[in-house]
Design a protein around this ligand. Structure first.
Ligand code: UDP
Length: 234
């Protein structure tokens, strides 16, 4: 890791954005809900269900369906976003399902669906990870049986240096040298990977380094999620 490397906001390569915070029970009418904030990125997740899947032909008699819907609100970034689903939001919704499915015990709910709506109130990169963190807490809050919750963060590369938790500038505008690579990842508390996406180029060794950084950071995120779940007021 290069000693001279300076990030624009002064963070060390292995430093995540601050503050990180979480709150459970932020949408009273939902069956479960949570908010997760990391720096300037704010995600809210609300869970509805389990309920009977409609239309009937979408029902799975073997197990329930986890249906995630990711949405970035129009005012979440400086350039207003056109409302409604798009290719990116459809992809992130699917990725979120895949990141959560390994820990959600869907076999308990044949023919039923658990809906998770994720809204980005503010977006400064890392939104899919913040959404997954909020969704994991909201599912636990809704009482959906889970083997464990999951925690998510991105790591990657700025020019030649492996870094944790890229912000928007680093993810989309950083142009020096080799540019940037962003790798969102999701882990269980015992360090098992449930999701990884590699956007850009990275060597095997640096990918390992990025994964170790993210795995370590997820331990801290897990503690924040756990604390928020303990603080639930009925
Ligand atoms: N972004 C934006 N407009 C868009 C999509 C993304 O301004 O239509 C910004 C937003 O800040 C987002 C960041 O670009 O958080 C990075 O987006 P990316 O697709 O890499 O996903 P993310 O890192 O948020 O999971």
């Amino acid at each position: 890791m290069s000693k001279e490397f300076k990030r624009q906001d002064g963070r060390k390569p292995n430093e995540m954005r601050r503050p990180i915070s979480a709150k459970v029970g932020v949408v009273p009418n939902a069956d479960g809900s949570a908010m997760y904030c990391s720096g300037k990125t704010i995600a809210i997740a609300a869970v509805y269900g389990p309920k009977k899947m409609h239309p009937q032909h979408s029902q799975n008699p073997e197990k329930g369906t986890l249906r995630c819907t990711y949405n970035m609100l129009s005012f979440s970034v400086a350039d207003r976003i056109r409302p409604g689903p798009n290719r990116r939001s459809t992809e992130i919704s699917k990725i979120t399902e895949w990141a959560l499915e390994p820990v959600v015990m869907l076999d308990k709910y044949p023919n039923r669906v658990v809906d998770v709506y994720i809204h980005m109130i503010q977006a400064d990169a890392g939104t899919r990870c913040a959404g997954i963190n909020a969704a994991a807490m909201a599912l636990a809050h809704a009482g959906i049986p889970m083997k464990n919750i999951v925690s998510s963060i991105a790591a990657g590369k700025l020019d030649k240096t492996v870094v944790l938790d890229l912000d928007k500038y680093e993810d989309s505008e950083f142009k020096e040298g080799e540019g940037s690579t962003d790798i969102p990842m999701t882990f269980t508390p015992d360090g098992k990977l449930t999701h990884i996406q590699v956007d850009g180029h990275i060597s095997k060794e640096q990918l390992k380094e990025a994964m170790n950084m993210a795995r370590e950071a997820c331990k801290e995120i897990y503690e924040v999620q756990k604390q928020a779940l303990k603080e639930i007021k009925e």
